[in-house]
Design a protein around this ligand. Sequence first.
Ligand code: C2E
Ligand code: MG
Ligand code: MG
Length: 780
Amino acid sequence: MFAMFCFSSRDEPDTALPPPVYRALIESLFKGAAANSANVLAYILLAVYQCRRAADQHVVAASILIVVAGFVRIFVERGQHRLFLEHDGRGLATVASIRRSELRYLAVMAAFALALGSLQFFVLMDDDIGADRLMTLSACVAFLVSSPARCSGSPRIVAVQAWLIVLPFAAAMIVTGGAGSYLGLALAALILRHMRAMTKTLHGTQVSMLLARRGAEDVADKFDTALNNMTSGLVMIDRQSRIQVANWQFADIFGLAAPPVDLHVWRLIDRFIAPLIEQDEAAAMVRGFFDGDGDDNCEWRLADGRILALSRQPMPQGAVVTVADVTAEHAAEEYVRRMARYDPVCGLPNRANFAEKLATALASDRENAHFCLLSIDLDRFKEVNDSHGHQVGDQLLAMAGERLRAAAEPGFVARFGGDEFSVLLPTANLKRNEEIGAAIIRALSQPFEIDARIVRIGASVGAAIYPDDAADDAPESLIKAADMALYGAKAAGRGAMKFFAEEMAHAVRRRRQLGEELRKAVARGEMSLVYQPIVDIADESVTAVEALLRWTHPEFGAVGPGEFVPVAEENATIVEIGDFVLRQACRDALSWPDSVRVAVNLSALQFERGDLVATVTAALAESGLPAYRLELEITETILICNHETVLTTLNRLHGLGVHVALDDFGTGYSSLSYLNDFAFDKVKVDQSFVRAIGAPDNAKAASIIRAVNAIGRDLRMGVVVEGIETQDQLSAIQALGVRGAQGYFFSRPVPAADIGVYLLKRMAERARRAGAPRHRAEAG
Ligand code: C2E
Ligand code: MG
Ligand code: MG
């Protein structure tokens, strides 16, 4: 039974369709709003005409209802038409709002159908009016028959209309009775069935059409989205070279206002593409590419600097051409290529680039090749870098590179990394190369101004000549030779230039051997300590004894710390050796008088690696030496590297009760600031100053010693002058007010057993001297 009410082609309600489809269905109800209005007016006229029979109140009431419902229907249809079509469906975005629209129309149409049905009923019930019957019936049939076509967008509206027209008709037929009436009833049932079938078909067709349209729109949308979200420009041309599709990227790349369509590609080329390319016959070249003559992949360089990569893909119906702006990729590749060959800080060629240049220089004419290779190292660069920061360091490197390039003209300058540079000079002429080396040193020794501060460095230069110094004719051995010469220059006191000499190779070999042997030295018991007293010249007492390391190798014999300590620092064996020194010195000091401290030298690496505080604590604990009797000597270079961490460690050591002395004062970089940063217990003035006092012009050295002594007094620091060898030197520093002294004049460094004897002797002498006046007095 219910099936009779269902005119829909679908099992589900239309509201379950995709909203745009449901919307289109309901929109179809109002599509012919204008034509409908004329239609409705005809029904209204019919109703007005029926009103003439004022005697039949029912007919009049139904007629009035038709007039009212008719006008409401016109009003609603037009309003909805506007809403759907003219306002582009704004306000009908949701299924609920569309459904409201459908229901509103359903109510109006139901009222209209009800009125028409009622009129029909009352007219049919009246026997008198044959012509009216015909008219009314015709109106109802017309209404019924047009309903499926008009309202197939909403089958329920058709259903309601159909039933509201058919039911009154059926009622009239039943009431009037007779064979004709039963035939009428059967006819009505058939019409109803037919309407239902028709509505279902129309509705089904409409739904599937709308769904198909929607599918197509969806695909088109996706294609459009994909097309315009590509990174490349794309253009599709047909076999006649007419543009079918192009995306926005294509338009943007060639500066077009919009993607071109339905245009012959040659016109586009001539007007917009070819003028961008700075090349003879550009238009012919581009046309050729689009037409598929030649390579399907190519790159164009535009006059504005851009680089475009094009690819043409032939297709049965034409071709697809993609265009990508690869300017950035090219720049990045160029940058990477440059990075691989140039140093980013100085912009100078790097090691790989230099090696190539060297190889080329050799390969071109090995027989007649004569040139010079300079290895350059910036003196004190590390100190600048550590104390002023890497930014200043980088600026300094860039400026140094610039000066180097100017001074080394016509040489090929490269940065090898860190503060190392190399220069390839095109001549083996010794004098000329010497001049250039000197010019380089001069240029790099001039002060640099960076961020309003003056920075001073210097340079050491090692030189090797090809072919003389290239052992096996190999470029690497020439670089090695120059490096050895550089090492020699640095060892000679920096700021110097040295040419490679055979003995340098020996020195390097020996260093390497020493490095190897140092790894086993402590374990083999080859390391020992000697001790040198530090004296208070005011009362001639020994205040401390400095532990100095000695290495006796079974093959090399005695190796001095000046030679092996730098090697041990290089290969980090100094950490293990330093541990040994601390423990041994503390143990040895235990047998000395309580008033004598033991001074131990420390290396920077001991602060960086391992736990120095723990090592010191352990050495004190193992030996039983009180902390106040241990003095640690550090140099300024230790403070330069990792300034903050070193200060923290020093403060912790101070916390243990250990004394800290600043060794070799005056040889480093910016000494006074360090005195401010940490409360040293002692400052040891480097022996170079006391030696300078003996020189003819001694005023400067004396002044410096006097000044340091004054600072020491103010800061409550002991001051010791190192390297006192003669009575004159002693007298000189005594005259300057210095109390602490160390040097061969008092004692050379001696083994542990001897220092014990020395200390006892000194004490005995002091006691005797202290006693002597009394004896004399007693004698007197
Ligand atoms: P330093 O700490 O300044 O030690 C003083 C150096 O001057 C010692 O040289 C000493 O023998 C020498 N000296 C002392 N009085 C005189 C003098 O009157 N005239 C001359 N010409 N020299 C004198 P040494 O023992 O050769 O040590 C050299 C450097 O090796 C030391 O300088 C120190 O920096 C380092 N060193 C020595 N032992 C150790 C150690 O155990 N650990 C570390 N890290 N470095 C050490
Ligand atoms: Mg020392
Ligand atoms: Mg010293």
